[in-house]
Design a protein around this ligand. Structure first.
Ligand SMILES: [Zn+2]
Length: 299
């Protein structure tokens, strides 16, 4: 085994262990418990776990996805986060090698991963994490570009927060409520500090594209969970109908079907708007995170 592969192996092992820790951070930042103090226990039967129950991914496979004591199902979220963290650590090392850039990128991606998960699960985002990202972004900019870099970073922070806040407040015009949560402004500001004044605009544009892929399914999932099933079913039909129309048969029949489905979809959305309180809420942190990750590696 050559040195590069050897280091990559350990980076991935570290990724798995950190992923396991992030699961705890996600769980406890939602329940409000301390991150360090209480030892891990089963959320159902409260039984304290043995050390071998805490091995990333492997424990999940050995326990066949069930609690050792009460046989309650363990969420698939745990091994997924562990594997995802491993992949993010691995790509960061592969792209930036042994450098302090790798450490910063790993830190930022970790923050984004944790905020994404808490946003999806409970619509809660710890803004302190975004502030930590912003500060580290300015430090990094200072290391790379001196005072000039710090200036770019501060301007980026202001631009990111300002643009996102503007979009959020546009909601008042249409629906008399914020279009997005306050956390989105914090995260956009943090990304501005990391990417600087010019690239942040690109990141925000990418986040729009990313929201099409990753926010809308989450939105539909939440709708489904809150018993707004017609909206989900018709949204899926609508997207399928568009694909069918554009890729396969462009004729009057498919066009009529598309029109009927979209009319029904609009009807159910309008009907649902009146009764649900959180009607305009879209978890946007996932889209920002995906866009930021993409821009870190591919731009
Ligand atoms: Zn249990």
């Amino acid at each position: 085994m050559d040195l590069g592969t050897y280091i990559m192996f350990w980076v991935c092992v570290f990724g798995l262990c950190f992923g396991s820790f992030y699961n705890v951070v996600i769980l406890r930042s939602l329940s409000g418990e301390s991150i360090v103090f209480p030892p891990s226990k089963c959320p159902k039967c409260q039984h304290k776990l043995y050390p071998w129950h805490n091995i990333p991914v492997l424990s999940y496979i050995l326990l066949r996805g069930k609690c050792y004591f009460c046989k309650e199902k363990i969420s698939i979220q745990y091994p997924i986060i562990e594997l995802l963290t491993m992949v993010l650590f691995g790509i960061s090392y592969w792209k930036f090698g042994i450098s302090y850039t790798t450490l910063f990128v790993i830190f930022w991606l970790s923050c984004l991963l944790i905020m994404t998960m808490t946003d999806i699960k409970e619509k809660i985002v710890d803004c302190n994490i975004a502030i930590a990202m912003a500060v580290s972004g300015m430090i990094y900019a200072g290391l790379i570009g001196g005072w000039h870099g710090v200036l770019h970073s501060v301007l980026g922070l202001l631009a990111g927060a300002f643009i996102m806040e503007l979009i959020a407040r546009a909601g008042f015009v249409v629906a008399k409520t914020r279009a997005m949560g306050e956390a989105d402004t914090y995260v956009a500001g943090a990304l501005g500090a990391i990417f600087g004044i010019f690239a942040i605009v690109k990141v925000l544009l990418f986040s729009l594209a990313a929201s099409m892929i990753c926010v809308i399914p989450v939105f539909l999932y939440n709708k489904y969970k809150t018993d707004d099933k017609p909206v989900c079913i018709f949204s899926v039909l609508f997207i399928t109908a568009i694909l069918v129309y554009y890729k396969l048969w462009q004729n009057y029949w498919t066009f009529s079907a598309l029109a009927v489905i979209s009319a029904l979809l609009v009807y159910f959305i309008l009907k649902g708007m009146n009764k649900s309180e959180n009607r305009n809420y879209l978890p946007y942190v996932p889209a920002l995170a995906v866009a930021a990750g993409y821009c870190m590696f591919f731009l």
